[in-house]
Write a protein that binds this ligand. Structure first.
Ligand SMILES: [Zn+2]
Ligand SMILES: [Zn+2]
Length: 141
């Protein structure tokens, strides 16, 4: 499946060929911190199937496994784009939050569930509204 996306400010655009059966959620604490979200929605792609226009900045993190992972993001707006091994990458892990087809990309697996936030399973019982909510909680922006 061909997917494409762009960062929030549009400085970086990309497309990739992916296998939709490989979509997953990562609940590791690094993904929580680096994405600013409860979990990360990702899909792997071979490096040669990713094409990027623009110049992402990279931040290299040391994983629990000892692997050095390069996190690529837009230096202008901060949108996470993908990660890869810091040296000689063969695969990238594309961050689906900025992919146009994300609604069709249902996860097939969830990893690092031991650090998953405990209330995720109860989300369907949390009151919702189709757009910005009227009750007095600071509105997300
Ligand atoms: Zn940007
Ligand atoms: Zn993770």
């Amino acid at each position: 499946m061909l997917i494409d996306g762009a960062c929030h400010c549009g400085a970086i655009r990309f497309s990739a060929e992916i296998d939709p059966s490989k979509v997953m959620l990562c609940h590791c604490t690094d993904c929580q911190v680096l994405s600013g979200s409860p979990f990360r929605h990702v899909v792997p792609a071979p490096v040669e199937k990713l094409s990027v226009a623009g110049n992402p900045k990279t931040y290299v993190k040391l994983a629990q496994s000892g692997n050095r992972r390069a996190q690529s993001f837009c230096a202008e707006c901060g949108t996470p784009i993908y990660s890869a091994a810091a040296e000689n990458p063969t695969w990238v892990s594309i961050r689906l939050g900025c992919v146009r087809q994300r609604a069709q990309l249902k996860p097939a697996a969830q990893i690092w569930q031991h650090s998953a936030l405990p209330w995720l399973a109860e989300l369907s019982s949390v009151p919702g509204s189709p757009e910005q909510q009227a009750i007095s909680v600071a509105a997300p922006r």
